[in-house]
Design a protein around this ligand. Structure first.
Ligand code: PNS
Length: 186
């Protein structure tokens, strides 16, 4: 891990780690990152090898998720795409960031997020979790629903970047040109 790329001493306190599965990255996540850049000097998008939810199997490998995220954020030099294994607080401790950033879509997210933020703070009192409300355009978008809609042949363009919509189609072996619309139109 390169300490220098993740937030040096001068930017301490102005670096946020935005952790998640990002399986795949959606415009909801991208919106959070872009808004966070108005507040923080640097945002580290930290892609988890494993999540707290053991039942959750990822569709994309960590390498694929990193590759896609790097492509999506290549025009934003203050966004660092990285991955982590094990405890999030240990990873954040290595970056010099003090803030864990998470997006909140609805009250249904709150219990899980409150639990996770409280656990992380009990593990490291020097870290705080900050929440940003997902913008109204994306509050219904989740990686899980994107995968489900895409697996069933629905269109996810407009909810994820085109390069990710394309990768989803490849995963689910859907035709790349003519969209199939099953049960979901917009
Ligand atoms: O996008 P997700 O799946 O909601 O992200 C959850 C994530 C990856 C942030 C969370 O599962 C996590 O931090 N996993 C690392 C393991 C860890 O630190 N667990 C203790 C927190 S309760």
């Amino acid at each position: 891990m390169n300490q220098k790329t993740k937030g040096d001493k001068e930017t301490i306190g102005r670096v946020a780690v935005y952790p998640g599965s990002f399986d795949p990255l959606t415009y909801g996540h991208i919106d959070i990152v872009e808004r966070a850049l108005d507040i923080f000097d640097k945002v580290i998008l930290a892609i988890a090898h494993e999540t707290s939810d053991a039942s959750k199997r990822s569709l994309f490998t960590v390498e694929e998720r990193i590759e896609m995220a790097k492509e999506v954020f290549e025009h934003l030099p203050n966004v660092i795409v990285d991955s982590f294994k094990g405890l999030l607080v240990n990873y954040v401790g290595e970056t010099n960031a003090r803030v864990i950033l998470r997006g909140l879509r609805a009250t249904s997210d709150f219990e899980y997020e409150f639990h996770m933020a409280s656990m992380n703070r009990s593990l490291n009192i020097h870290l705080d979790t900050m929440f940003m409300m997902t913008s109204k355009d994306y509050f219904f978008v989740s990686s899980r629903s994107i995968k489900e809609v895409s697996a069933l042949g629905g269109a996810v363009e407009g909810l994820v970047p085109n390069l990710i919509a394309r990768r989803l189609k490849e995963k689910f072996k859907l035709p790349l040109t003519k969209e199939k619309q099953i049960g979901w139109e917009y």
